[in-house]
Design a protein around this ligand. Sequence first.
Ligand code: SF4
Length: 238
Amino acid sequence: MRCNNIKGLIECSFVDWPGMVCGVMFLGGCNFRCPYCHNHPLVLETDSLPALPLGKVLERLAPLKKWLNGVCISGGEPTFDPELGTILTRLKEKGWKVKLDTNGSRPFVLKKLLAKRLIDMIAMDIKAPLDEKKYIRCTGRRVDLENIRQSIRIIRESEIPHEFRMTVLPRYHNKNDVAELTAYLAEPLKLQNFNPRTTLDPRMAIEEGFSPEIFSDLQLLASGAAHNDSNDKMLIAS
Ligand code: SF4
């Protein structure tokens, strides 16, 4: 199958796979419209972005194999791409370890890829506690939360390394949201502080992330360490 949806490639990243040095492929298209998305050209303008042929991308990555630990597939939302299985299969044939970034909205795709052992690590972005109104606000879409719950279950049960992440910003999130989602997951949640540098909704450019002090308190809460702890007092009011 011909793959027409690889819209970007980073040959060497130190930040996209915790503890690993990796290449990153960006696939176009996404079913969410998170107002704070910083990869929005991949979401809104994907048809007008030139595609990189998979063969060429594999050729460019091949000589880097001795320095890279693997390849991260990001987006956009990669599970939205019908060619994702082909891309992962070709990477596996070339002996690459693969990390997948996902918003968790398509659990049936995750299940299929995991059953074929095409993924070595998954990072799932959870946008808010699993509450319809909060999810609509953070994704700009009505989201079937049962799909999100199923993806969380599938990833956990897969027993491959994984992380659950949430981008937080004062307009949308508070300490109770972080505490609620961390308690639901019953494992640490990785937080990313909002950066207004470039956003899908231009009105978000005037928003700010949390101050370093508050963000660090939220991180403590997300680690599970501050649950029911006196540190709660330091956190912002809900
Ligand atoms: S941040 Fe939201 S809109 Fe942007 S790629 Fe991720 S899920 Fe899609």
